[in-house]
Ligand binder design. Sequence first.
Ligand SMILES: Cc1ncc(C[n+]2csc(CCOP(=O)(O)OP(=O)(O)O)c2C)c(N)n1
Ligand SMILES: CC(=O)[C@@H](O)[C@H](O)COP(=O)(O)O
Ligand SMILES: [Mg+2]
Length: 642
Amino acid sequence: MQVKAGPLLSKINYPADLKQFSEADLEQICQELRQYIIDIVSVNGGHFGASLGVVELTVALHYALNTPYDKLVWDVGHQAYGHKILTGRRDLFHTNRVYKGISGFPKISESQYDTFGVGHSSTSISAALGMAVAAQLKGEPDRQHVAIIGDGAMTAGLAFEGLNHAGIENSNVLVILNDNCMSIDPNVGALKEYLTSITISKSYNRFRDDISTVLAGLSKLGPNAHKYVKKIEKSIKGTLLKQSNLFEALNFRYFGPVDGHDVKRLAQTIKDLAAIPGPKLLHCVTVKGKGFALAEKDQTKWHAPGLFDKITGEIKKSITDKPQPPKYQDVFGHTMVELAEANDKIVGITPAMPSGSSLNIMMKAMPKRAFDVGIAEQHAVTFSAGLATQGMVPFCNIYSSFMQRAYDQVIHDVAIQKLNVVLCLDRAGLAGADGATHHGAYDISYMRCIPNLTISSPMNEEELRNLMYTAQLENAGPFVIRYPRGNGVMADWKRPFKALEIGKGRKICDGEEVALLTLGHVGNFAVEARSELNSEGIYPAHYDLRFVKPLDEEMLHEVFSKYKHIITVEDGAIQGGVGSAVLEFMADHKYQANVIRLGIPDQFIEHGEQPELWAECGYDKFSIINTVKKFAVKRTTNSLAG
Ligand SMILES: Cc1ncc(C[n+]2csc(CCOP(=O)(O)OP(=O)(O)O)c2C)c(N)n1
Ligand SMILES: CC(=O)[C@@H](O)[C@H](O)COP(=O)(O)O
Ligand SMILES: [Mg+2]
């Protein structure tokens, strides 16, 4: 749906157009930009509060700097909607995150103003530093490189690795720390407390302002005085400020905190900072959701609220009135509490995704035993490993794609030491509108090769509960449970726990000629496909592997002995995935069969609704039906019926 932009905004197609306006117009431009974001996100969905919070910063940056020559690097990128609208994509913005439309994140292939592809957090400082050092090497010393990073993203180790290096390179890097005290949920940790303390500390700010005032006064006494002032400044800042400011201690010149909603002052400050060489950090204080009262009030809910009525603020429910089965994440959250009540060794860990993973249910019920560790996937895994060495049973819940960050920790800290850590990988498989950066496509391939791991995936809510129950039993060892974004299939899911035999799958039904071998939730696509095929006289067998490591070899011997055509179906990369494991089994045991692998092909899959993407990749219900039909023999009577 196209939306009309306000009178000033409609004159801005690119940042160069912004320059025709005077500083006095900037506030109105911000207001129109904010309204445009509200108009479109309300009917289209997507991230919301973060972009509203940086409207002034976005306008100020494009007004003050010379983009795209100067480089803006947005961290995570979920706050870059204003940037997209001001950089040639206003009329495409209604396709944001839609199948075949523009991406919800900055992307080099989409625009020359998108200097770096993002989606995962905390990369901006390293990327901007790389660009800045390249500028020095290429002889472009005047170019500016700005990393715009939130207080949440700043908690990650990677951000500190970037700061640590930037502090000794004398290159033009400006870090803008967008501090709104929020991650998706309220931000956590000692850094957050530090940022709050320097924002509100009267004595720190008075001390810093006093120094600046005295020095400014002295420098007016003439050119000689100016020289001494510089020396004094260097010495005072070099000692006192360094001791009292974390960023100064890392060789950054720290400015702020400033009001991140005062667009005129921001534009002026950014211009001034561009004239100062070397690493600088501007601490901006903003309000997530600024300008939309409900989003300011409940910032977590309005991080990405779905569709809503922009006048009443009512968030729209799904189109169907039918009661929906629960989301897998909620089954995880409630089951954590049940298991932890019965087993006092169990603890829960999430790196900054309490709401997304539903660990917030346990955080509320048992605050001492559930930890949000901030955006820190590597730490989350190693912290879990440490807990496990002491006999605790940590359930560490990480989105599959974010787990890519903690690969070494899984191998080095968990698997080699065979520790009882349960790794719950939410959003495994195609995640939907977030696109290529967020699909949990690779976990099976990158985990399957690690010794000592058990890797499982439930086909429904009851199985998720039983896998969680099994994983916490004594000496289960490192245990991975992967499940997708979205709802399960069972209305009545809260059933008594049952231990599952590790490495055992289950036969769902016998069949003829063709066998379907599935792992996890996609097994339900196969169930639906079978039901349609049966009505046409086609009867494929169906086996649910449940574990991809260890594989149920007994079951596979049966499958290869009985069926000529074996179709594997997985919500993950084909390369190295379930189908590959089955082919390895076939080769190792010298079977000969026609194995067809359905899953994510060897390419990055963009954004869209999950069903659109499953269809594109060829493993939704219809694709399974079509694949089976290629090999099945149609019967007029069902020899297996009854
Ligand atoms: C490596 C990684 N972990 C987790 C996330 C999920 N995530 C996206 S935005 C976000 C909060 C970021 O907070 P902040 O940087 O302060 O930005 P704000 O939303 O407050 O503007 C989180 C946890 C992610 N994108 N990448
Ligand atoms: C930007 C980001 O990484 C998160 O906001 C992510 O989009 C959350 O995904 P879910 O909506 O699946 O929790
Ligand atoms: Mg924040």
